[in-house]
Ligand binder design. Structure first.
Ligand code: 5AD
Ligand code: SF4
Length: 474
């Protein structure tokens, strides 16, 4: 009988990619993915350590799974993977005796061996205790199997991992290890496999994709721009994005790629963290606020419609009101289509966590609220500017309303597409599941469609097919 695995993914897109690759390893070994820990034989928590809240959730989830266990159904193997596993492996083993397997982001290709060891230890009548916190990143990519199945028209592809930048607030250099770029041919084959499975939209992933420097076939180094140009030659790949970049490595070639490669989407997530030069220096970011403004200015001259996203941290140790206001000024100067903002969270082992001048939580919360109000205002303004325009939308799932489909604009906005006449259909009993099945338009999922944007809200756009009448007449 087949075994069941439940994988819960926390945190960033790279974890989403890693969870998919774990399934690629487990499926040929008889594991079927299930949607809950209930009745699963193996539960993998693929964790995130970036902020305190992210890692706390893991311990409460372990407790919940433990309590829900039904001894008669057999005890599932609980595994903690990802960055909490890497950073706190020994502590998890101590604090959570129900966890039998812990491994970091760089060793999941060893899962089959881990599971054998767990079985062996269980057969000897003990709860297993297996921990691997190694960093063999090159070996991992060499040993991962081929991708089995794409989940839809959009996919992530990891091209680079790890980070050598050591921002003083960040755990990534400790949990993901040193920067490593996958060779060009490995990335190209994976992109070709994805395209052959119907993927037309890929996001190239890495902690520092803009620092990509993978080896080409002749041993020559490729930058991110050269890699994107190469991937754009793959038939069927219509949209290429990349994330996350660092302002320090953004260069003119990337600007040129945004103007010359039609598949390169007009959207860039470029974290700036702060608008204060003093704080940027203390964060060890390696650039000033004006250098960021200057890069964005050059990018916008070349590609005026580019949508910009960023990450911000408020309440970094020592951040004064003036420093925070410099961040607000930068936000007003640039204008973002969307952004992520966080209260500074001291992470064990990072230099900033040791500082005595931590900012009280009440101040961090106030600053976050002020920043988010401005970012939300900008996001709504950006969305409103789309009303009346017609743009290509990649439809990727059914919406909640009958006949409605949801997709992404070139600028990463969620777009709800209603089809004229679809509202006359019978109300579905289970909107999520039945809407697609009943929609005469469900065959459009996974395809690009020109959509006329009719209205906009803070988080999404509403539109209708621009070519509806000509298409349905055919
Ligand atoms: N506290 C708050 N936010 C953080 N980030 C990374 N480390 C911390 C921290 N210690 C944010 C940064 C980064 C994003 C992925 O998470 O903004 O760009
Ligand atoms: Fe963390 Fe800075 Fe590296 Fe980004 S560049 S992963 S914030 S250390």
């Amino acid at each position: 009988m087949g075994k069941k695995v439940y994988i819960k993914t926390y945190g960033c897109q790279m974890n989403v990619y890693d969870s998919g690759r774990m399934l690629d390893i487990l499926k040929p070994r008889g594991f079927e993915p299930v949607a809950s820990a209930d009745g699963a034989d193996l539960v993998i928590l693929n964790t995130c350590h970036i902020r305190e809240k992210a890692s706390e959730k893991v311990y409460s989830d372990i407790g919940r799974i433990r309590r829900a266990e039904k001894p008669a159904a057999g005890t599932p193997v609980i595994a903690v993977a990802g960055c909490v596993g890497q950073a706190e492996g020994a502590e998890i083993m101590r604090r959570a005796p129900s966890v039998e397997l812990v491994f970091g982001p760089q060793t999941y290709h060893r899962l089959p061996d881990f599971l054998k060891t767990v079985e062996r230890q269980r057969a000897a009548g003990k709860r297993a205790r297996v921990f691997d916190g190694d960093f063999p990143v090159e070996e991992k990519f060499d040993q991962l199997p081929k991708i089995h199945q794409a989940a839809g028209a959009s996919a992530f592809l990891t091209i680079q991992e790890g980070c050598d930048k050591f921002c003083t607030f960040c755990v990534v250099p400790y949990t993901r290890g040193a920067e490593f770029s996958r060779p060009v041919d490995a990335i190209e084959s994976e992109a070709q496999e994805l395209a052959a499975m119907g993927v037309c939209d890929i996001t190239l992933l890495g902690q520092n994709v803009s620092g990509y420097h993978g080896a080409g076939e002749k041993g020559d180094a490729f930058g991110l721009g050269a890699l994107i140009r190469r991937l754009a030659e793959i038939p069927g790949l219509e949209r290429i994005r990349y994330t996350t970049s660092h302002p320090r490595d953004m260069d003119d070639d990337l600007i040129a790629v945004h103007t010359e490669v039609p598949q390169c989407m007009p959207y860039l997530h470029l974290p700036v963290q702060s608008g204060s030069d003093r704080i940027l220096a203390e964060m060890n970011r390696g650039h000033s606020a004006d250098q960021y403004r200057d890069f964005i200015g050059r990018l916008r001259s070349a590609r005026p419609d580019i949508a910009l996203s960023s990450d911000f941290i408020v309440g970094f140790p020592g951040e004064s009101d003036d420093d925070f206001q410099a961040t607000m000024q930068l936000v007003r100067d640039i204008g973002f289509s969307q952004a992520y903002s966080f209260k500074y969270s001291p992470r064990p082992g990072t230099p900033a966590a040791e500082r005595k001048d931590q900012i009280p939580d009440s101040v961090r919360s106030e600053r976050l609220a002020e920043l988010q109000a401005e970012l939300n205002r900008q996001q709504l303004e950006f969305n409103m500017a789309a009303v009346g325009r017609t743009m290509p939308v990649l439809l990727d799932r059914p919406g909640n309303r009958p006949g409605q489909l949801v997709g992404r604009s070139p600028y990463m906005q969620a777009v709800h597409v209603g089809f004229p006449g679809a509202g006359n259909m019978e109300e579905p009993t289970h909107p999520d599941i039945d809407a697609a099945a009943r929609s005469p338009y469900s065959d459009r999922i996974g395809r690009l469609m020109m959509v006329e944007i009719m209205s906009a809200g803070p988080n999404s756009l509403e539109g209708r097919p621009a070519d509806h009448f000509s298409e349905t007449a055919a």
